[in-house]
Design a protein around this ligand. Sequence first.
Ligand code: UFG
Length: 338
Amino acid sequence: MKILLSGGAGFIGSHTYVELINAGHEAVIVDNLYNASEKVLERLAEITGKPVVFCNADVADKAALSAIFAQHQFDAVIHFAGYKAVGESVAKPLEYYRNNLDTTLTLCECMREAGVSRIVFSSSATVYGALDTMPLEETMVSAGCTNPYGWTKYMNERILLDTAAALPGWSVALLRYFNPIGAHESGRIGEDPVGIPNNLMPYITQVASGKRDHLSVFGDDYDTHDGTGVRDYIHVVDLAKGHVAACEYLKDHQGAEIINLGTGTGYSVLDLVNAFQRVNDIEVPYVITDRRPGDIATCYADPTKAKTLLGWQAEKTLEDMCRDSWRWQSGNPNGYRD
Ligand code: UFG
């Protein structure tokens, strides 16, 4: 298949690019490099041994995107492009709603005009909101999102569900990611947050490298096995393979499917810190602080539907995630800015 990757230079997009090429597909990356580096493209060529087809364009720019659809005959689209920082979305709701909805609407309009009818969307477990029945199943009704970023994922899902219902022949996979961490085993591509990381694993790797003094563990009084928050961490390469499986599934499918991409196993903050220290033989000093507002105690997936529909399941272990995250950080202390 020939697949357009919107936001394909980002963390999950770049790993998905590699897995698509490995599986024999063609891919075209469309990215405005707002939150990604051009260096990713060289690294992708190095890993795959093939030149990368890249279009520097904003996915919300209708004229630019139409020109790309006119140039290529796509079989499917994977839509990653969007702003993704939870805290920033609270401070800048208009920017988040404008960008994250415009990109989806423009992409869908271009698809309709070009006769492309298969789309995989980068959604998030955040759309479940603060449900407290675990594991999370796709049929559960959302408890409502807690921030504008989450609502943009929720609204994008709605847009795509309604479009799939209205346009004959459309086929949509809404992939709800749990907590992607890790990096490609080459150590050449990985997560490259700007400024102080919001998420746990990038923070741990920066503490381990000496860039930051210590980790703050946000609360140890949750109702979990050690009191710290429990999440379903998934290796980004497993997640990327889930996208390949979804594209292949959409070939012979019509309508829309919501699919969790998680491992089904929850680990606490301290489980992750301890595994990281053990696997990499390196200290991660931490202090326990107050809970972070908006956090929930526990979140993990029921991954049965992904296995049944896509024949996909996560294979990598927590140790793999810790080892690969550290290989990326230690080999690229300043991310792509070296
Ligand atoms: N945590 C810390 N210290 C830190 C950072 C995080 O203790 O410095 C804890 C959190 O309290 C939480 C766990 O580590 O218990 C994971 O936190 P992350 O910020 O890494 O991930 P979240 O589960 O909060 O959020 C992630 C994605 C969101 C997405 C959400 C969906 O970052 O984009 O999952 O459930 F919306």
